[in-house]
Design a protein around this ligand. Sequence first.
Ligand SMILES: Cc1ncc(COP(=O)(O)O)c(C=O)c1O
Length: 324
Amino acid sequence: MEMSHRSDEFVSIATQAEQDLRDLLNIPSNYKVLFLQGGASQQFAQIPLNLLPENGSADYIDTGIWSQKAIEEASRYGHVNVAATAKPYDYFAIPGQNEWNLSKDAAYVHYAPNETIGGLEFQWIPETGDVPLLADMSSDILSRPVDISRFGMIYAGAQKNIGPSGIVVNIIREDLLGKARALCPTMLDYKVAADNGSMYNTPPTLAWYLSGLVFQWLKEQGGVEAIAKLNDVKQRTLYDFIDASGLYSNPINKSDRSWMNVPFRLADDRLDKPFLAGADARGLLNLKGHRSVGGMRASIYNAVDITAVNALVAYMAEFEKEHG
Ligand SMILES: Cc1ncc(COP(=O)(O)O)c(C=O)c1O
């Protein structure tokens, strides 16, 4: 924490972290990797400030709370066309691309591949032709392999699968740099960040260092392909149990279910409190769903291993026996 960000020691930590992330995601050489601040929420403004011309228009896909926040913020800076929304499906299913109303002259298309709160995840990458595709991968980056070349930019707040909060990683195709509006703050200009190796000002060095350790850990696990296999077993274990149970349910369309965030409800919400109390007593923590949707949510990020998922399922079965 005392190291200068200009010191050889820190520069080598930063360079290694970037290289490890490049290796993990097979990031092509025409993409820059930026380590920024302000979380994913700041990207909601930074994106239009950099990529939405004053009189231009951008397409956004609404699949839940995080896509809506991005839409709301971008609307402050220019015209936003909501090209598709999951609203008619009560946010339990993702509209197929044949239902989308994309515009040919959009500056970009923005979507959230995994809606962390609703538990809705794309199992496919939208096709947007020459229009750059931007993805908020805050809660699913590094959970499975992804073809970076399909995207104009990917960004992710660190605090799920990368490292501690305080950092956001952007993977941006080089031709999208240098387009910021005149009024865009210097600190928010992607090109300034890229030209300065993400060190235009003092970066969050400790968060960057710890993110690098997570990248090394992930490499030791066999990389993204290997963790994806484990994640698949985890999600199947949990969904299969929920689907077979009479007490618990998950409302999401089976082909749109999130691998990382599994929301579920108990048949009688008066059982929520005793369920959570019993879970806490067993060290199964943070299962309460987001306040906006209620119920329960098991977030099973890369750091949660299968033994934790098995322990949760064993507890859920035991609770169902008693209360079901
Ligand atoms: C998909 C998604 N986007 C954006 C955010 C906001 O991230 P931050 O708190 O880093 O601004 C979150 C946080 O949970 C998220 O899950």
